[in-house]
Design a protein around this ligand. Structure first.
Ligand SMILES: *Cc1c(COP(=O)(O)O)cnc(C)c1O
Length: 224
């Protein structure tokens, strides 16, 4: 591995972790998407990752992600951080998908703006089953039916699945999310993907059925 760059080595290490987790879970590694999270990392590192085959990147902050998206129009950027209503338009313009949709008011605003801008954007509903909503955002389970109803009225915002950031000290959180997905997949009659698991806990997320893991530090190193 001596002639591999740091990034190439970390990618190889991460792929090995994902493969091992899949093997233990009896899953095909190709069924787990790796979303590289490039927040607070320089554009040069995004370029390096792009040269190694990645084309989609997760970003937390609208302004930072929009600057990267503008600088690299051939790459895709996905918003995984909280979205305030006054940044909704900028977010729709910069990001191909928004994973942090967590309230009806935001759905209605995004839908109106997507119409005005003549855009389609895949969205994920960020859920919070643990009452942490004020910290990281996320829709409480009790509010989920109304939010999914609101999305059904928005053809420009197709629903891709559920995203969550469970608190680390919460055993069984990934399994709870898998059950939630199961229930709503049956009710909605459409596939719903599950985005869960980060650098520190992706094995547990894969074991519980994650379709996408979002990985920052294990891939790009410590953030600035
Ligand atoms: C920062 C972040 C990640 C990546 O976290 P790491 O621990 O660096 O892998 C994933 N998802 C969200 C929502 C984040 O904010």
């Amino acid at each position: 591995m001596q002639d591999m760059s740091d990034l190439a080595q970390r990618i190889a290490g991460l792929r090995a972790r994902i493969s091992a987790a899949c093997e233990r879970a009896g899953r095909e590694p190709s069924t787990v998407e790796l979303l590289p999270v490039s927040k607070r990392q320089p554009l040069a590192l995004v370029d390096e990752a792009a040269a190694l085959g990645f084309s989609t990147f997760g970003e937390n902050y609208v302004q930072e992600g929009a600057a990267k998206a503008e600088a690299r129009p051939d790459l895709r950027f996905v918003l995984i951080g909280p979205l305030q209503r006054n940044k909704a338009k900028a977010a729709l313009q910069a990001f191909q998908e928004i994973q942090s949709v967590d309230r009806v008011e935001l759905v209605e605003r995004l839908g109106r703006l997507a119409e005005e801008l003549d855009l389609m954007r895949g969205v994920w509903v960020q859920v919070d089953l643990w009452g942490e909503a004020t910290k990281e955002g996320g829709c409480a389970e009790a509010d989920l039916p109304a939010l999914l109803d609101a999305l059904r009225d928005q053809p420009r915002l197709p629903l891709r699945g559920f995203m969550a950031i469970p608190p680390p000290e919460q055993p069984g959180a990934f399994a709870e999310l898998a059950r939630l997905r199961e229930r709503w997949r049956d009710a909605q009659g459409q596939p719903l993907r599950l985005s869960m698991g980060m650098s520190g806990d992706l094995e547990a997320a894969i074991a519980a059925g994650a379709d996408q893991v979002r990985v920052g530090t294990a891939l790009f190193g410590a953030r600035s």
